[in-house]
Design a protein around this ligand. Structure first.
Ligand code: CP3
Length: 349
């Protein structure tokens, strides 16, 4: 008998497969991280953030930390979307107050440097983290693996870090379409390998983060967001037919439904700007996840309670996973997270 049969299918997995689970399962993007004092304590013990992601003992510890405090339905692997470029051989550093800094992929000529063959070995500690977390998971909780989607990851690689307008990445994409397609193609290959290994190590669901999907106009959105995501979903499913996949096309707005239909993801994660009526319409065809404003978690009290209640009333009578519309911010008081999780778990419809 498999472990899942023995313990019962986790609530998160049932919801991702289309069941209405009451009260709905809940986890929160960036539930591990700087808002938790116990995270900051572990973070101080290592030199850099990349080192933390690649030290299985510590990465597993910080993955589990939020589940010790709150009755969450899932742990999300502690790593970063930029571990894939690191695994392809790109230099990566996280600087205090500055965010990620990468060695730039400035043009087609730089693609030759990306070492697909070396990826799995360079990021092997991540798979060991997955094994350790799966073994340490509280009963009933599921483990989510993840990767960034090719467009979002490519934007960091080409810009050499974060960007506000993606001017450099867009000039590459529009100015040398074949060259940019070759970069996206390599990221598709890398992401399929990376996610498949996470599943083999014990991840029970996957989320694809396309944080900058909203930066692209429709033709580019179809080409650089939908098409590569579809290929990743198809290829991961060919190897692992039962793995539920959540897609998070942040900022996609009116393209969200097209994204959900055409990529074939099991569930679509919604950012804070998606109206609840639109979320309900999407929910007729698949599970939705979201979409509380993370700033309400900073405020707490009545505004937080009302915001969460509105989402529960609109969405919890269908296939739904409660989450935020983006990640928890470092200023969040941990008690507010506790109050929110209690409210969701106590929802009686
Ligand atoms: O708890 C979890 O959600 C799991 C871990 C996780 C992290 N990053 C940890 C992290 C996940 C799933 C991510 C995804 C990620 N990383 C995204 C997609 C989601 C989103 O937020 O849009 C993106 C765009 C990144 C890239 C990234 N990583 C940036 C821009 C930064 C710097 C900004 C910041 O918040 O510091 C990071 C660093 C990072 N990733 C931290 C954590 C906990 C903070 C670094 C530290 O602790 O020093």
């Amino acid at each position: 008998m498999t472990r899942e049969n023995l313990e019962g299918t986790p609530r998160l997995i049932r919801a991702l497969r289309g069941e209405t689970v009451g009260p709905p399962p809940v986890w929160l993007m960036r539930q591990a991280g700087r808002y938790l004092p116990e995270y900051r304590e572990v973070r101080r013990r290592v030199g850099g953030f990349v080192e933390l992601c690649l030290t299985p003992e510590l990465a597993a510890e910080v993955t589990i930390q939020p589940l010790r405090r709150y009755p969450l339905d899932a742990a999300i692997l502690f790593s970063d979307i930029l571990i894939v470029p690191y695994g392809l051989g790109q230099k990566l550093e996280f600087r205090e107050g500055e965010g990620p800094v990468l060695e730039r992929v400035a043009s087609r000529a730089d693609l030759a440097r990306l070492d697909l063959g070396g990826l799995v070995e360079r990021v092997a500690p991540v798979f060991e983290t997955v094994r350790r977390v799966r073994a340490a998971l509280p009963a009933g909780a599921a483990l989510i693996g993840f990767a960034g989607s090719p467009w979002t990851v490519a934007s960091y690689m080409v810009e050499g870090g974060g960007s506000r307008d993606f001017a450099v990445a867009k000039r590459f994409a529009y100015g040398d379409e074949a060259g940019f397609a070759a970069l996206i193609e390599r990221l598709v290959e890398a992401t399929v390998a990376y996610l498949s290994r996470q599943v083999e190590a014990g991840a029970q669901a996957l989320q694809l983060f396309d944080s900058w999907a909203g930066a692209l106009a429709e033709p580019a959105f179809r080409r650089w967001v939908i098409a590569p995501t579809r290929t990743i979903v198809d290829r991961v499913r060919a190897a692992h037919p039962d793995i539920p996949i959540i897609g998070f096309p942040r900022g996609a707005g009116l393209m969200t439904e097209t994204y959900a239909e055409e990529t074939g993801v099991d569930a679509v994660a919604l950012d804070t700007t998606i109206p609840l009526d639109a979320a309900r319409a999407l929910q007729r065809r698949r599970t939705v996840q979201g979409n509380l404003d993370p700033q309400l978690l900073v405020i707490g009290g009545e505004p937080l309670q009302r915001g969460a209640q509105a989402i529960l009333e609109a969405l919890a009578r269908g296939p739904f996973v409660f989450n935020l519309g983006h990640g928890i911010v470092p200023e969040t008081p941990p008690d507010h997270v506790g109050a929110l999780v209690e409210q969701v778990r106590g929802w009686a419809g």
